[in-house]
Ligand binder design. Structure first.
Ligand code: HEM
Length: 460
């Protein structure tokens, strides 16, 4: 047996739930066992106080939490650190050579083409879709008032409504539930296996390619193709262009190149996969944290009620809800949906005095970075005050959306959506924990609450 000593046993009730990090080397079997259970447990606890951890036994990897080294990997030497082979292997079957995985020129022209799609004005124009989703979520919570509900489930429904309404909407061919199920199944399967690959699982562990020819994925692609064809025949009849209209109309400002149907489809599926669960996680962890700390919840509610009254939030309200935004930033710090990023070094380099060889995997353990003892005071504590106006956080100590040229293209979209939905819900409802039912953070591609986020709900 390779025991995993865990902070679990000394759980401090004044702190919100956290992942027990490994405090002893796990060995191969222990690593595999922990990886099956929760990949986050593979992060050694020492990653929350050392700048870098290097593994040279077997597959070489480095886990980096030093802000200067992160700046080098993500920004200054970005060409030398492309996304890791594992990331590509995992995502390519679903989203082809889209923006998320392409490199070099293939990435650059797509990024230039897609950047205007997410301009401030275009994202603000899509806010009514978010407002409508906030209203429907309120109606569901109102029906559950006086009882318990799974906030994660509700938030996944809300964010999937938003992303599908701005990508696949229109026509009767769109079966929201079917697409949603296909994407979920795909993500759950792929993530588990490929993260074992990061840490060098033996060859008998099944590889993604075996799993990725199922009907779900085929249906998902067919659905996107049908939508694109239909939109082409309708020729921009939407009064307010959505993400698909904008992508279809877009062209690379440098070369004039436009995306083919296949390229549009791959990017569209990328937006759906990258955009909905991450935002739902942010919202449901934020609701958990508000339930965990009623004082914060009351302050957030007071702000939301004074700005909104009985209205549902809109794009114009977003800048007027600074404390709600602080709660969201603090949530992204404690439970970053993308808890791990990884890169493959292309050239020899040095990070924090360690030799990096060509082919080494560089893991960016965002979860550990956000709880690093040298970068944050009392890092496991929930305190939205850290993000009060004028805060001095190091840019590279807080990376929920990554940074450098490959920073999340949908960050503004996600933040706007999260502020609109969270403020609307807090203005209308009170959320409380249910004894014995705290969520457990588990890493499955994203950092998810196992068993959901069960909260009791009452009208505010
Ligand atoms: C809270 C919600 C979100 C979080 C935490 C998040 C996180 C991230 C992170 C960490 C990256 C960088 C990955 C890396 O460097 O390896 C990324 C990239 C990306 N995200 Fe997001 N994301 C969110 C929402 C969205 C949304 C709403 C969309 C689209 C509608 C989106 C689309 C993308 C795309 C296309 C990329 C790749 C960009 C590129 O490589 O040029 N994301 N996201």
């Amino acid at each position: 047996m390779h025991p995993i000593s865990a902070a679990d046993t000394d759980r401090d009730q004044s702190l919100p739930v956290r992942v027990p990090l490994a405090t002893q080397p796990l060995g191969i079997l222990g690593t595999l066992r922990a990886g099956r259970r929760n990949v986050l447990e593979l992060i050694p606890e020492i990653a929350t106080h050392a700048p870098i951890i290097t593994n040279t036994a077997g597959k070489r990897w480095h886990m980096v939490t030093d802000p200067d080294a992160l700046r080098r990997v993500l920004r200054d030497r970005v060409e030398d650190y492309p996304k890791s082979d594992v990331t590509k292997l995992m995502l390519a079957p679903a989203i082809g050579q889209s923006l998320f995985i392409a490199e070099g020129q293939e990435w650059l022209w797509q990024r230039r083409t897609a950047a205007p799609v997410f301009s401030h004005r275009n994202v603000a124009n899509l806010a009514p879709v978010m407002t409508a989703a906030a209203d429907r979520a309120s109606a569901r919570f109102a029906a559950a008032a006086g009882r318990a509900a799974d906030a994660f489930d509700e938030m996944v429904t809300a964010t999937f409504e938003v992303i599908s309404d701005v990508t696949l909407s229109g026509g009767e061919t769109f079966d929201r539930d079917a697409v949603h199920k296909a994407i979920d199944a795909y993500m759950a399967q792929t993530a588990k296996i490929s993260l074992l690959d990061v840490i060098g699982a033996p060859p008998w562990v099944p590889r993604p390619s075996r799993l990725l020819s199922g009907p779900g994925l085929r249906d998902m692609k067919k659905m996107a193709d049908t939508t694109i064809d239909r939109r082409r025949s309708e020729k921009g009849s939407n009064p307010i262009p959505d993400l698909l209209d904008l992508l279809m109309a877009g062209e690379d400002p440098k070369s004039g190149r436009k995306m083919t149907t296949e390229e549009i489809r791959d990017n569209l599926l990328t937006f759906i996969v990258a955009g909905h669960e991450t935002t739902a996680l942010t919202l449901s962890w934020a609701l958990y944290l508000c339930a965990f700390d009623p004082t914060v919840q009351d302050r957030a509610r007071a702000e939301a009620q004074s700005v909104l009254g009985t209205r549902t939030a809109t794009a114009d309200d977003v800048p007027r809800l600074p404390f709600i935004r602080q709660v969201i930033d603090e949530t992204l710090r404690l439970y970053p949906p993308a808890a791990f990023l990884s890169r493959t070094a292309q050239k020899p380099d040095e990070l924090c005095g360690r030799d990096v060889r060509r082919g080494d995997t560089v893991i960016l353990p965002i979860y550990a970075l956000h709880r690093h003892k040298k970068l944050w005071s009392d890092p496991d504590r929930f305190d939205p005050g850290r993000f009060a106006p004028g805060h001095q956080t190091d840019r590279f100590a807080f990376l929920p959306f990554g940074d450098g040229p490959r920073i999340c293209i949908g960050a503004n979209f996600a933040i706007q959506e999260a502020v609109i939905i969270l403020s609307t819900l807090l203005a209308r409802f009170r959320f409380a924990r249910i004894a014995g039912k705290d969520p457990k953070p588990v890493m499955i591609l994203t950092l998810r609450p196992e068993g959901g986020v069960w909260l009791s709900i009452t009208q505010a």
